[in-house]
Design a protein around this ligand. Structure first.
Ligand code: ADP
Ligand code: MG
Length: 683
């Protein structure tokens, strides 16, 4: 079996299942192997009579008392059963899983695993996982993979499919030279892939992870290095001079730019008027006001008769920029138009926008990836801004840059990275940092509460909303999962609708909605029609709705602190007092203590480094700081040491063999080429 083989050629996967996998961007056997577990579940020993703690996840060996019953509900089917745990009664409830009934036989002993609830003498578990005693004792030995899923696909389906690939004897050649493996004490590729899916224990898992993290960094840096080699300094063919109109807009803004904004703007204008093309990274915490800086820089280009592009990582953000730019043009009577190209534009719209982009100069161009995917010909592109850069690969930025006539590049990021890391990851860029937030902002008030207090949080949200403001509610999952008790957007939105009745409008948003629907929801939220927005982390980057004053985050313990900080940054953008409520559902005191950091600090950089100090090597499961640079498994904070190793190795190799022609680098070369092909075909 080969890496590139289609998923459908795998035993047990038909056309229908293949479609489900495609929703997760899994097309080939290789994609499946790279669908690393999201986290790992550790099954506890069977609980004894004495240690039944309500709220904890337990495994109970119990005997079924009577046949399971399915009750048809209006919204969903409910399956009910009772079992004996010793002489106590255990109530079991499953939602939307009517097929469970046929899996249970009266008198039979099963292990039921799930979160224990206790009502008086009665014990209860909802959505219990069911195992035979033998199955369970096998499970208990090893950490079990937990995958990201989509409706119709269970965790067990994915587990089995991955197992089938390994059983078929897939060949996963080693492509790293022996000396790199030995020098860094890295495991072999094949071993690492097997262990990342089915680890023997946590030590093995850590070793496997280190190898895969190394690979991600190593290849990223090799490519970065090779790109640099291919790039001679280019002449800046769009030199600009500042105009009175621009000064005038700056003067008439309703606020003074902060010193950091001023400095960043001056740096960019310096770049834009210099003889050589340049690239600059603008780092500024959430809310530091990067958008207006980008707008003014782009305006400078338009004033000189050139085009400028701003590219956002999501549809929602692109539309938001479009609206804001149109508003600014109207407000200051600027003689320019704004076009916005996204994947959701119709074919007709795309044609129209494309022809405008190829014909009109002095145009504000806004968009998403679609700006690279489509056959866009720019007329006279002077500047490319990528907003929230960590969502873009370096390669994508290059493709866009290559479409213009060597435009200047401006990258804006809210991810705080230490200088040493920035040197490795962005070594070829100039850096401007916006250190302060605009003055006059009120401090966000924070609270951490336990899950059983969530109703009072809902009431708090209602009070704010009825006073005219709006709220975000963030859930980790899109829809119910058979392996996770975490909250999901679908059910949560329904629960809130039931709770609030007609008095409050609840909307929902997640990444798998159609672009048009996402737009509509964001529009309705921005205009106030939707008052409470239940969403996944798609609102994490960039979204700006100043009237939103409450951020409620479910299962906050599931997220990295830097990510929570970004989410919190969605509120506190207006004049009203803002609140952020973290709901903590963890069993572990240490994780709860991590959340405390957020209450005490509002400095993204300090938060990221504090978080790291508190984390042990086993804590990475399911928690990532951010989606930096599209790494699948690597985390630039946590894996800074591996990044350093990969950086030294890649440098050494490129110095000795810039074109990778040496025999011992053949594996690396073909791997890079294959990746390049994959990326281009997936774009
Ligand atoms: P981010 O850096 O997170 O992208 P935005 O650009 O979205 O932040 O700006 C957040 C909010 O702050 C916007 O509503 C913007 O109008 C406002 N803002 C930007 N600069 C200033 C300033 N110097 N003073 C006051 N408000 C500002
Ligand atoms: Mg922004």
């Amino acid at each position: 079996m080969d890496y590139m083989e289609r998923l459908r050629d795998l035993k047990g996967i038909g056309e229908k299942t293949e479609k489900l996998y495609q929703k997760l961007d899994i097309y080939t056997v290789g994609d499946l192997l790279l669908h690393y577990p999201r986290s790992y579940q550790v099954y506890p020993p069977l609980s004894n009579y004495g240690d039944l703690k309500p709220g904890a996840s337990v495994a109970l060996l119990a005997r079924l008392k009577s046949p399971a019953k399915v009750r048809k509900g209006r919204r969903m089917d409910v399956t009910l059963a009772t079992a004996f745990f010793g002489d106590r009664s255990l109530d079991l409830v499953w939602f939307r899983m009517p097929y469970i009934r046929s899996q249970l036989a009266v008198g039979e002993a099963y292990v039921f695993y799930g979160k224990l609830e206790a009502e008086g003498e009665r014990l209860k578990i909802s959505q219990a996982q069911i195992y035979s005693p033998d199955e369970y004792s096998a499970l208990m030995q090893q950490p079990q993979p937990v995958y990201s899923l989509t409706g119709g696909l269970t965790n067990n389906n994915v587990k089995k499919a991955v197992q089938t690939v390994f059983d078929s004897g897939i060949r996963l050649g080693e492509y790293l030279p022996q000396e790199i493996l030995e020098g860094n004490q890295l495991a072999s590729y094949e071993w690492a892939l097997k262990q990342i899916h089915f680890p023997i224990d946590f030590d093995h898992l850590l070793r496997a992870r280190k190898r895969l993290v190394y690979d991600e960094f190593f290849f990223f840096l090799l490519e970065l290095g090779r790109n640099r080699l291919d790039e001679a300094p280019e002449e800046n063919r769009h030199p600009i001079t500042e105009t009175a109109q621009m000064e005038d807009v700056k003067e008439r803004l309703p606020f003074d730019l902060t010193p950091g904004q001023k400095k960043a703007l001056a740096d960019i204008l310096g770049d834009l008027s210099a003889p050589l093309v340049s690239q600059r990274l603008i780092q500024g915490d959430v809310g530091s006001g990067k958008t207006i800086v980008a707008f003014l820089a782009m305006l400078a280009c338009l004033e000189n008769g050139f085009q400028a592009v701003i590219m956002a990582p999501t549809e929602v953000l692109a539309r938001q920029h479009e609206k804001e730019f149109i508003r600014l043009c109207q407000e200051y009577a600027l003689p320019y138009s704004v076009v916005c190209l996204t994947g959701a534009s119709t074919a007709k719209e795309k044609r129209e926008i494309q022809s405008r982009i190829s014909e009109e100069d002095a145009l504000f161009i806004v968009g998403t990836h679609a700006l690279i995917q489509e056959t866009v010909e720019f007329r006279d592109l002077a500047l490319v801004v990528t907003d929230e850069q960590h969502r873009f690969g370096v390669r994508q930025r290059k493709i866009l840059a290559s479409k213009g006539q060597s435009p200047n590049v401006l990258v804006m990021s809210a991810t705080p990275i230490p200088r040493t890391l920035a040197m490795i990851l962005y070594g070829d860029m100039n850096l401007s940092v916006i250190r302060e937030l605009p003055s006059g902002r009120r401090k966000i008030k924070n609270a951490i509460i336990r899950s059983d207090k969530k109703k009072s949080a809902w009431q708090f949200v209602a009070r704010e909303v009825l006073a005219g403001r709006q709220a975000y509610v963030i859930c980790p999952l899109i829809e119910a999962s058979d392996v996770s008790e975490d909250e999901n957007v679908m059910d949560y939105a329904q629960a809130l609708k039931d709770f609030y009745g007609d008095q409050i409008t609840v909307g929902l948003l997640h990444g798998r909605m159609k672009s048009k629907d996402k737009d509509k929801v964001m529009e309705d939220f921005a205009s106030g029609k939707i008052q409470v927005l239940v969403s996944t982390t798609v609102v994490e980057v960039g979204v700006n709705v100043p009237n939103a004053s409450v951020m409620l985050i479910e299962n906050a313990n599931r997220f990295g602190l830097a990510q929570l900080h970004q989410l919190r940054g969605r509120v506190g953008r207006g004049a009203d007092q803002a609140y952020c409520i973290f709901i903590d559902s963890s069993d572990s005191e240490e994780i709860s203590r991590r959340l405390e950091i957020l209450v005490h600090s509002n400095d993204g950089f300090a938060i990221a480094s504090e978080d790291l100090k508190l984390r042990g090597p086993g804590d990475f499961f399911g928690i990532r700081q951010s989606g930096d640079l599209d790494f699948k498994i690597a985390d630039i904070y946590q894996d800074a040491d591996v990044l350093q190793m990969a950086s030294e190795d890649s440098k050494e190799i490129l110095e000795a063999d810039p074109r990778l022609v040496f025999e011992e680098h053949a594996g690396i070369r073909s791997f890079l080429e294959r990746r390049r092909q994959e990326v281009y075909t997936n774009l």
